[in-house]
Write a protein that binds this ligand. Structure first.
Ligand code: GLU
Length: 413
C-alpha cells in the first residue's frame, strides 16, 4: 500500500510533502519521490529507500505547489526510474499514483506509436503521457480526458508547470483532501496531514478535485458535486510516538482506553443488555455473515463464536476477497463488514454484492467519513484513534469489543 500527498499554499511545498510522506511510512513502501512546480517548470526528485535518507540528498526547492509518493511496486522493479512521480515527454506534467492501470500495455503501445517516449516500466507512466496527449493549456480537462481512457484503480495527484492548481482523482483507492487556510492538501490517509489540518473531504469514486490555494472544486462525471467536510476527531499527538520507542508499543498501551471509548454509552451499570440502535428498519434478525480481510478477518472469526453462542443463530465468516467467487443465498441476511480504515477494497466490493442481494449491511470501522460509512445501512465505530503501527493491536481489540457489543445487544437467553 503506497501513499500519495499533495500541497498547494503559502508554505514551501517540499518540507510539507516530506513530513507528510514520513507520516505514511507505516503503510510500507520501497521508494519515494516528490515533484515541485517552480519557476515555470516541474522539478522531480526520487530515490529507492527511505524518506529520511532521500531528503538529505535533494536540493531545497522553493515552489509552493507539489506532489509526493511512497511506492509499493506492482509494475516494474524497485528502481529510481520506476519510482514516482512520473512525467510526460516534455517534463511539464508530473503524476503520482496509487493503484493499478489494467489496460496500461495497450495504452503504452498506442502512445509509443504516437511518438511518446517512456522512461519507466510502470503502469503509472501512461497517465502522464495521456494527460500530455490531451493537454492544451487546461490541466483539469486533460486529466479528465486521460482518465476516460484508463481502466483500473487509482488515486492520483497531478501538477504542471503552471503551479496554480493540483488535480486529484480517485477510483477504488483512498484519497482525502485536507482543507487549510490559504493552503490545501491531498493525501491517501488523514494521518499524513494531521499536523496541518483536521478538516477533510473524503473523495468518492469518480471524483475529480481541482485543488487551489483558496478553494476546492469537485466534479464527478463532468458535473459539479459537493461533499461534506468531516472534522477528524484525532489529535496530532495521537499520531505521534509520545516518547514510546515505536508506535506498536504505544498503541498496545492505548488498548484499555480505546476499548472503554468504544463501549462508552452502550453499557449500563444496571441493565444486563447493551444498548445499540442498529437495525431499526432492517429485516428480521436472522443469519449473519461476517466479511473482512487480514486482521479484521480474524476479528470476524472470533465474532462468529460470540454471535453463535449468544444469539443462537447461524453465523459464517468469509474472507472478503474470496466472497466474489462464492455462490450463497444472501436474501435478507444481516451482513457485517469489518475494515479498520473503511477503505479495504475487497471488503467494500463484497459489501456492495451483499447490498445488491438485499442484505442489511453493517460496517465496523475506525474512520469517520471513510467509504464504508457511505456504503452500508448502519455503521459501528471503533474508537481507537489513529493506528500507525503495521501490526493491528488496539483496532483489533476494539473490533472485538464492537462485535461483542453487537452480540450482547442481540443475545437471546
Ligand atoms: N502500480 C504503480 C507502480 O507500480 C503504483 C504502485 C503503488 O500503488 O505504489 O508503480
Amino acid at each position: 500500500m503506497c501513499g500519495i500527498v499533495g500541497y498547494i499554499g503559502y508554505r514551501e511545498a517540499q518540507p510539507v510533502l516530506l513530513e507528510s510522506l514520513k507520516r505514511m511510512e507505516y503503510r510500507g513502501y520501497d521508494s519515494c519521490g516528490i515533484a515541485i512546480s517552480e519557476n515555470g517548470g516541474v522539478t522531480v526528485h526520487k530515490a529507492v529507500g527511505r524518506v529520511v535518507d532521500f531528503e538529505k540528498t535533494i536540493p531545497r526547492s522553493s515552489g509552493n505547489t507539489g506532489i509526493g509518493h511512497t511506492r509499493w511496486a506492482t509494475h516494474g522493479e524497485v528502481t529510481e526510474l520506476n519510482a514516482h512521480p512520473h512525467s510526460d515527454c516534455s517534463g511539464r506534467i508530473s503524476v503520482v499514483h496509487n493503484g493499478i492501470i489494467e489496460n496500461f500495455q495497450k495504452l503504452r503501445d498506442e502512445l509509443t506509436k504516437q511518438g511518446h517516449t517512456f522512461k519507466s516500466d510502470t503502469d503509472t507512466e501512461v497517465i502522464a503521457h495521456l494527460v500530455e496527449k490531451h493537454y492544451q493549456g487546461d490541466l483539469v480537462q486533460a486529466v479528465a480526458a486521460a482518465l476516460e481512457e484508463i481502466q483500473g484503480t487509482y488515486a492520483i495527484a497531478v501538477v504542471s508547470e503552471t503551479s496554480n492548481e493540483l488535480v486529484a482523482a480517485r477510483k477504488e483507492s483512498p484519497l482525502v483532501v485536507g482543507i487549510g487556510d490559504k493552503e490545501n492538501f491531498v493525501a491517501s490517509d488523514v494521518a499524513a496531514i494531521l499536523d496541518y489540518t483536521d478538516r477533510v473531504i473524503y473523495l468518492e469514486d469518480g471524483d475529480l478535485g481541482i485543488i487551489g490555494e483558496d478553494g476546492i472544486h469537485l466534479t464527478n462525471k463532468g458535473k459539479d458535486v459537493q461533499r461534506d467536510i468531516q472534522v477528524v476527531p484525532w489529535t496530532v499527538e495521537e499520531a505521534q510516538k509520545a516518547g514510546y520507542e515505536h508506535f506498536m508499543l504505544k498503541e498496545i498501551h492505548e488498548q484499555p482506553k480505546a476499548v472503554e471509548k468504544t463501549l462508552t454509552g452502550h453499557l449500563s451499570s444496571i441493565e444486563p443488555m447493551a444498548k445499540l440502535d442498529i437495525g431499526q428498519n432492517a429485516p428480521a434478525f436472522g443469519d449473519v455473515l461476517l466479511l473482512a480481510c487480514g486482521t479484521s478477518y480474524h476479528a470476524a472469526l472470533i465474532g462468529e463464536y460470540m454471535l453463535g453462542k449468544l444469539c443462537h443463530i447461524s453465523v459464517r465468516s468469509k474472507i472478503a476477497s474470496e466472497f466474489h467467487h462464492i455462490d450463497m443465498v444472501l436474501d435478507k441476511m444481516w451482513v457485517i463488514g469489518i475494515s479498520q480504515s473503511g477503505e479495504t477494497a475487497d471488503t467494500l466490493t463484497a459489501l456492495k454484492k451483499a447490498k445488491a442481494a438485499g442484505c442489511f449491511t453493517i460496517g465496523i470501522t475506525n474512520v469517520r467519513g471513510s467509504t464504508i460509512t457511505r456504503l452500508v445501512d448502519q455503521v459501528m465505530f471503533t474508537e481507537s484513534g489513529p493506528e500507525i503501527g503495521v501490526a493491528a493491536t488496539k483496532t483489533f481489540l476494539t473490533q472485538l469489543a464492537s462485535l461483542y457489543l453487537f452480540a450482547v445487544s442481540r443475545a437471546t437467553l
